[in-house]
Design a protein around this ligand. Sequence first.
Ligand code: PEP
Ligand code: MN
Length: 269
Amino acid sequence: MISVRGITLGADRFVTMAGPCSVETEAQVMATAHHVRRCGARILRGGAFKPRSSPHSFQGLGLAGLRLLAAARRETGLAIVTEVMSELDVPLVAEYADILQVGSRNMENYSLLEAVARSGRPVLLKRGLVATFADFLQSAQIILANGNPHVILCERGIRTFETALRNTFDAAGIVLLKRVSHLPVIADPSHAAGHREIVPALARIAVAAGADGILVEVHPNPDKAWSDGEQSLDFPAFEAMMASLDPYLALRPFADQKSPHAQWSEVAG
Ligand code: PEP
Ligand code: MN
């Protein structure tokens, strides 16, 4: 279990992390923070350092974005999760964030894994685009071995032959990770789906698969978002999605998830 600002991940209570893909403006962050809190989210997400596939895309506000996230935390009490892309930025991001996110593209950036481990902050580690479970768990082990036991695993979809959606959501991966590791496992239905219409169903699947929480992109005006607008939920859609999780959450914990953990070594090598 991992505790941050009175929120425990990996315990009975399902935890929702929500917010924009990128921090854009004060009004955008504040409105989103208030809305997601009202709907039951406990952690605000938002990227200030953005890994973008194109150099012509918005790269994030950097320090100004971190400051806006901290202001939203002061106003709403939500904890903050935000990505750190370079080991050089770890001390700065750790000053502002409650949880450091290591993105998919950096899952195998070993210098970054060591730096986030040493920061002492909990780490949200995203599964790499083409990472096997063994790859994923070994990256988690690098953080643990560098003295930081507070690692949250995040399934966010993987690349397969299927291209109809942005990625292939690996629901079985959630089941397996919960069985073979002791770490909290969350799902990111937004980056898995790539389309906002698909996101709520994947969030419900994540609950049914036994995830400890979700990480969801929400924006006041998705069509105008500076990044990942296609997959971002607007405020009414997020509210409806959260309400739709309740019947699934009421069924937890599922009886077949009470079995003892399988051997970590069977998967991680
Ligand atoms: C994000 O969370 O906005 C992000 C870039 O995610 P991923 O690393 O999963 O692509
Ligand atoms: Mn995004």
